[in-house]
Design a protein around this ligand. Sequence first.
Ligand code: GLP
Length: 237
Amino acid sequence: MKIYEAHSMGEMSRKAANIISAQVILYPHSVLGLATGSSPIGTYEQLADWYKKGDLDFSEVTTVNLDEYRGLDGSSEQSYRYFMNQHLFSKVNIKLERTHIPNGMAEDVEAECRRYDELIASLGGIDLQLLGLGHNGHIGFNEPSGAFEKTTHCVDLGESTIQANSRFFERMEDVPRQAITMGIKSIMQAKKILLIVGGEDKKEILHRSLFGPVTPNVPASILQLHPNLTVVSCNAL
Ligand code: GLP
């Protein structure tokens, strides 16, 4: 595990963007696993900036996002599809048809989960997976539970996650109670993982994730077993 401690959130975002840029420059056909939440926003801004300056080319890149809320379609401002379009995809020359996010509106959710796993397999897996960290140790929307869920699945969001997500919604009752998330196996099979975590409020959970016992009660703790994990943190270690 490599750990970089940044002195500011800006430096954290730049460092993470540097690592993603290196991947895209060295391997233009990379499959990037992408994340939402507030943590990666600065990183996406930095990537868009470097693209504008002519330093990056996303034309051959494919992306697969970690998760999507159940019941929201891409035109809903709180959906992760909307988030990705707004923060990254509309700002760089990525081909939209090469950007993949679970379909939160799928009627047959089991079939959608299987489709997503097959898609990831057909792409040859993920080259670099970007992750944030939930306050309860979740990665994607893999919530604490009795066992690690291997494949893409539909999850009932925990109370603390619903609370945390409510900051993006006008009314508490609008916050989705379910999501479709990539499983732990797909995440762990990524060739490289980049975890970005900023803020005092994540200190305890980051510590438990990186240095505590590996347990499905802290889903991110499994990352300790990944052979190529880079952590970029600011004020969280
Ligand atoms: C959501 C996302 C996660 C993300 C987490 C933390 O739950 N599904 O992928 O890591 O939020 O978000 P933030 O970075 O805003 O703290």
